[in-house]
Ligand binder design. Sequence first.
Ligand code: BG6
Length: 468
Amino acid sequence: MNNHFPEDFWWGASSSAFQIEGAWNEDGKGMTVADYNSFQKSEAQADTKVASDFYHRYKEDISLMKELGMKTYRFSISWARIIPNGDGEANEKGVEFYNNIIDLLLEKGIIPFVTLYHFDLPFSLVETYNGWEDRRCVDAFERFARICYTAFGDRVKHWQVNNEQNLMVRVNERMNMYDVPAEDAERVRAQMDYHMFVAHALATTACHELVEGGKVGPAISSTMTYPASNKPMDIWAAKMNDNFKTNYALDMYCYGDYPGYYKEYLEKTGISPIRQPEDEDILKNAKPDLIAVNYYRTLVASYLPETEEHPFGTKLNDIDYDLYGYFKIEKNPHLQATEYGAQIDPMGLRLVLNDYYNRYRLPLIITENGLGTPDTLTEDGNIHDDYRIEYLKEHIAACNDVIADGVELFGYCPWAVMDILSSHQGFKKRYGFIYVNREDHDLKDLARIKKDSFYFYQKVIQHNGLSD
Ligand code: BG6
């Protein structure tokens, strides 16, 4: 196999604030939607209170990142650590924490690659504005983004505005949509989504204005859907599933408008968002410099004729169905699935990256890709995660192919640098190169233990690719 990785390829790893930091109410941090949601599930699994305790152990953790050889670290800033109520004065302690992280990373030769908002809207904004439904949340986000660019932009040159807006907006708990009446839910969701697009555009433009040499773009939840057969309508179903889950959002970020099929959906279902006259220019003028891609799996779709039971929009909340609700999503019999159901498909990664590059011609970086599974700490004090090594090998080989295909892929940041709080399975499901010695309801000693995959990835980085 020829090695196509360029010398300056960004080998890295990822995390997000609420899943790693802990210290959920320390040094002035306000509660977030992610905290609130995790507290609802505290009895069943770990919550955000301690998570991986990165807040107190970041020095040790960044030393391990250095040992791993990481060229970049993709992490997020907690909005409520910087502005506890989401829309007020900056909290010096919060700014100081991220200054310390950024400075230490740079000292160790690791490029900070920062996400402004990863599922953790300050809860105060829900209480005062009902979050993204209200236009004032857009203004609050722009102010937050400007504070971050001003505070950190002298050292942080690479940014993602938000993480997986296209997935987040469809998950009620992420949007704090607990009590919205079912008949109004899709209108509220469409308005929230639209406001996040405007906020994204404002933050993109602000980055170009405030960060000298700054590069910014969205981090999206990618979708690659195969048709269940070669029937034309199944092929159409697969395409539309990708369009409704991901491509409509990428079009919005890159071209500043919804594509025709999406406008039609909004109009037909009577949920077109309220727009302000100035938005057209805001959206059109914002130009991302890169696309950050999160990739976990592929899907299979077949056409399902429209019936009373499947009218427009009825399946919106089931993220494995498209918005129209008349495509059926199936499992792929040719692929193996993880214990938690995600189908493992390195070829899908090659396909999706080619697709995005051909559509938008922007540099791409993978900001999430990984195997979430239980790990066992053996008696010899190790974690023999050969299943994760296998997964990584196949996906790194796909990246190599993608570069040979001509795609401008400049980095690979698997999820996650260490075990983090998984949204649905707490610490039962692990992703990291570094084991965090805790269980959901037993903090143990929170020791950091290098898994076998740590040593594997260290070699990959040293060789700038797979060595065999
Ligand atoms: C991604 C999110 O969609 O999926 C991460 O950006 C998340 O925050 C990851 O952790 C894996 O999902 P889960 O449910 O296993 O945490």
